[in-house]
Design a protein around this ligand. Structure first.
Ligand code: SIN
Length: 290
C-alpha cells in the first residue's frame, strides 16, 4: 500500500513500523485514520514518537478503532476505567507484560488492539519486544499446521492475575474474585486480513484439552520456543511520549524488566475484540489475504 498522509518506515520485514506525519493531539481526519489502520494491519505493531496527548485524547484515539475494553482484574485510575496503568519502580515486585503474551487472551472476546503511551522512561532498558504470529505460523511445516488446526487451548486469567493486584484500598485479598477462563483455537484466522497465526501464549494458556497433559505440555513448550524465535521479532526503544499500538490478534509482546530500580510509567488504552475463530484457508482466500 502506498501512503499519502503518513510516512511508514518498517523496523523489520515481518513486523513493526514507525509512523511519521501524525500529531494525535490534533483531530484525526478520515484519510489519516484509514492509513493508520492499514499500517497496523500490514505491520501488526506501529509506533509513534513525541505524542504529547492527554488521557482523554488517548482514549479518543482508541475509540476511533472500536469500543474500549475494561480490564477484568487490574484496578484503574479514578475516573478512567478504560485506562490500564503500566508502572515499574524501585518498589515493584513485578511489572505487567513481563513474559510473552497477547493481552487478556483469557477473555471470551480478547482485545483486538492495545495502545500504550509512556510518559516516564528509564535512561536505558525497558524495551518491548513484539513477535509476529503470522511469521511463526508460516514457518511451521504443513504437517504441523494440519495437526494444530484441529486443536483448541484453554486460556486462564487465574494463572496471571491471582494475587497480583491490590483492591479496596490496598488489600491484596482477591479470594472472592473470579477471573475469566476461555477456550480458543490454537490457530487463529485474523478477522480482517484472513491470515492464520498461532494463538497460544506462555502467560495465559494452560493446556490443550484434546491432548494428555504431557502431550499438551510438550506441544505448548515447542510452540512457545518457536514463537519466541528472534527472526519473528522487532524490538522497540521507548522515549518520553512514544506510543506503541499492537494488534493482539496476530502479535505477541514481551515487556523487558531490565531497568530496576528505575522508573518506567505510562497508560494503556485497550480496544475490544471479537471471539477468535479458525477458518481453513481456500486458495481464493489465501490470494485475497496476500
Ligand atoms: C503490556 O501491555 O503488556 C505491557 C507492555 C509494556 O510495558 O511495554
Amino acid at each position: 500500500m502506498s501512503y499519502q498522509k503518513l510516512k511508514v518506515r518498517k523496523l523489520t520485514p515481518r513486523i513493526g513500523a514507525e509512523l511519521f506525519g501524525v500529531d494525535l493531539a490534533q483531530p484525526l481526519d478520515n484519510e489519516t485514520f484509514r492509513e493508520i489502520r492499514v499500517a497496523l494491519l500490514e505491520n501488526q505493531v506501529i509506533f509513534f514518537r513525541d505524542q504529547n496527548i492527554t488521557i482523554d485524547q488517548h482514549k479518543d484515539f482508541g475509540r476511533r478503532f472500536g469500543e474500549l475494553h475494561i480490564h477484568p482484574a487490574a484496578p484503574s485510575p479514578e475516573g478512567h476505567p478504560e485506562i490500564l496503568r503500566i508502572h515499574g519502580d524501585a518498589n515493584s515486585k513485578r511489572v505487567a507484560g513481563e513474559g510473552w503474551h497477547t493481552d487478556v487472551s483469557c477473555d471470551a472476546e480478547p482485545p483486538m488492539g492495545s495502545i500504550l503511551r509512556l510518559h516516564t522512561v528509564p535512561d536505558t532498558g525497558g524495551d518491548t519486544l513484539f513477535a509476529s504470529m503470522y511469521a511463526a505460523y508460516d514457518a511451521l511445516s504443513q504437517q504441523m499446521k494440519d495437526f494444530l488446526a484441529g486443536l483448541t487451548a484453554i486460556h486462564s486469567g487465574e494463572q496471571v492475575y491471582r494475587g497480583r493486584y491490590e483492591y479496596d484500598g490496598g488489600q491484596r485479598d482477591d479470594t472472592r474474585k473470579s477471573f475469566p477462563v476461555n477456550e480458543h483455537p490454537v490457530i487463529r484466522t485474523h478477522p480482517e486480513t484472513g491470515r492464520q497465526s498461532i494463538y497460544v501464549n506462555a502467560s495465559f494458556t494452560s493446556h490443550i484439552p484434546q491432548l494428555s497433559r504431557r502431550e499438551s505440555d510438550a506441544v505448548l513448550g515447542y510452540l512457545y520456543a518457536h514463537c519466541a524465535r528472534p527472526e519473528f521479532q522487532c524490538r522497540f526503544r521507548w522515549e518520553v511520549g512514544s506510543i506503541a499500538f499492537w494488534d493482539n490478534r496476530c502479535a505477541q509482546h514481551h515487556a523487558l524488566w531490565d531497568y530496576f530500580p528505575n522508573v518506567r510509567s505510562g497508560n494503556r488504552v485497550t480496544i475490544k475484540g471479537d471471539r477468535p475463530f479458525y477458518r481453513a484457508q481456500t486458495p481464493e482466500r489465501t490470494a485475497i489475504a496476500a
